[in-house]
Design a protein. Structure first.
Length: 111
């Protein structure tokens, strides 16, 4: 089965635009069509970014989305802390998770 790690922008875009590609990608993970990996740091980032006022997402939607992600995603704790990507430091958390799980696809990371 294909293994994926979603960058936060995929999760936010999926929440904002349910008929676009990011929502489709997330649905693959939520429907067990791909193995969807996250780390505790990524889960925290997903929720923190979803709560930013500029996105105007209600707490109910955020809670529902995180409630869908938590039981479906495979949670891993990366063994190495990276500092490779300098322009968007949190993207290093995505890479850490991807490397730890030997994922097939990293969705949303700009190299």
């Amino acid at each position: 089965m294909l293994k994926v790690v979603f960058d936060t922008n995929v999760i936010v875009s999926a929440a904002l635009y349910e008929k676009r590609l990011p929502a489709l990608l997330l649905s693959l993970g939520l429907e067990d069509k791909v193995r969807f990996f996250v780390s505790p740091a990524l889960l925290n980032e997903y929720e923190a970014v979803l709560k930013r006022p500029r996105f105007k997402l209600g707490q109910r939607l955020i809670t529902e989305l995180m409630g869908n992600i938590n039981p479906k995603a495979l949670i891993v704790t990366p063994t190495k802390r990276l500092n490779i990507l300098k322009t968007d430091e949190p993207d290093n958390r995505v890479l850490e998770c991807a490397i730890n799980c030997k994922v097939s696809i990293r969705c949303g990371v700009k190299d």
